[in-house]
Design a protein around this ligand. Structure first.
Ligand SMILES: Nc1ncnc2c1ncn2[C@@H]1O[C@H](COP(=O)(O)OP(=O)(O)OP(=O)(O)O)[C@@H](O)[C@H]1O
Ligand SMILES: [Mg+2]
Length: 368
């Protein structure tokens, strides 16, 4: 009885929840049955290629566009279904878009105070609290044109957070920034958002940004969320070939199922649950190929973990700083496989080497 009571009172509810959201343009479902929930202090990244419906989803949540089906809840309260509609300013949602524009004629302090209610002293306290968080207390009296792009971005963050929104929607907020600035600003932004306890839905098409920022990634394709989970899980257990390919280069080796196995030049792979004759694809990321030297035409002895080695000839090797990118022309079928290796190793073109696939790093998918 007591335990049950504790469990109930300690339940944390999502700050943002969307259920079965759909948006149709010219007969096409641009957003198609999208559902997700974001908890307080959590960052969820809506990640996907250009045109997959990310911004459209955000615009419906913000209230600047209206869904054709589905519901949006903030702090458990319905803010929009196809009948009821709370206007954007009543939703307790903060916005930060790529082309965030500060008011050029207002000081930094006035920009941050813009959406604030309350007494002058309260407003000033909140403005100073936020500017301190984004490390710009010293720029209080400056005007936007006196700030760098990164500083302007931090002011925009402070402005969006000032009224303590329950939810922050961010659409590619870092894409206008200098490449070298980005990582620092991403980290400091994350710190401020976490400290404020806001639930964040961040849109990006960059997997690195999503993995850096997100507690959870919702991978979107053609209007649908195809996979959702922690970055580690999405990266290491993709649902299909396209999901795997969204995060890195991939190698694909074809085969056909016979007796729950598929035979390849790299040995046999288990693929239970597929009928005999099913064409399948074995997918592996370049960093998970193992390379061994050629010993007078022979490779290493096979291990159960690595399967059978297959020989390839170095077609091209590129030094990339931290690693080298090596393309091999494989003896068994003339196809190209790509491996990344530590950059201390940069083999010459024409070098024969042996490749092995780390079994635990291979994904087997039915051919699409
Ligand atoms: N008002 C509109 N009328 C018609 N089609 C639209 C409208 N808004 C968006 N679309 C279409 O919906 C699809 C999804 O657009 P959306 O802007 O949501 O993509 P996105 O995932 O944000 O892409 P990007 O990464 O390029 O910003 C696109 O094909 C776009 O052309
Ligand atoms: Mg967009």
């Amino acid at each position: 009885m007591n335990a049950q009571k504790t469990a109930q009172t300690s339940t944390v509810h999502p700050r943002l929840e969307i259920r079965n959201l759909r948006r149709t343009f010219q007969g096409r479902n641009v957003v198609d049955d999208v559902s997700l929930a974001v908890m307080p202090g959590q960052v969820t990244c809506l990640l996907g290629p250009s045109g997959c419906g990310k911004s459209t989803t955000l615009r419906m949540i913000a209230g600047v566009d209206m869904q054709d089906a589905g519901e949006i809840y903030v702090d458990g309260a319905l803010v929009c279904d196809t009948v009821h509609r709370v206007p954007p300013e009543g939703r307790s949602i903060g916005l930060m878009f790529q082309d965030f524009a500060l008011f050029p004629h207002l000081s930094v302090a006035a920009n941050v105070a813009f959406g604030l209610k309350g007494s002058k002293a309260e407003k000033q306290a909140r403005v100073e609290e936020l500017l301190e968080k984004v490390d710009l207390l010293g720029a209080l009296k400056k005007f936007p044109h006196e700030l760098s792009g990164g500083e302007q971005q931090r002011v925009a963050l402070a402005r969006a957070l000032a009224p303590r929104p329950s939810v922050m929607l961010m659409d590619e907020p870092f894409s206008g920034l200098d490449e070298r600035l980005k990582d620092d600003i991403r980290d400091s932004t994350l710190e401020v958002l976490k400290a404020e306890g806001t639930a964040v839905l961040l849109v990006t098409h960059e997997p690195d940004e999503a993995m850096r920022m997100a507690d959870e990634i919702a991978l979107m394709r053609d209007g649908k969320i195809v996979q959702q989970g922690a970055p580690y899980n999405i990266y290491n257990a993709p649902v299909d070939k396209k999901s795997a390919a969204f995060f890195s280069d991939i190698n694909v080796i074809g085969g056909e199922v016979q007796g729950a196995l598929v035979s390849t030049a790299f040995g046999e792979f288990l693929c239970p649950g597929h009928a005999d004759g099913t064409p399948v694809e074995i997918v592996i990321r370049p960093q998970h190929l193992r390379i061994d030297f050629d010993r007078a035409g022979r490779g290493p002895n096979p291990t159960p973990q690595d399967g059978t080695p297959a020989r390839g000839i170095v077609e091209r090797a590129r030094f990339m700083g931290r690693e080298s990118l090596v393309d091999f022309r494989m003896d068994f079928d003339g196809s190209i496989l790509r491996a990344t290796v530590p950059s201390v190793f940069l083999p010459k073109q024409g070098t024969p080497l042996w490749l092995m696939l780390r079994r635990e790093r291979c994904f087997v998918f039915p051919q699409t």
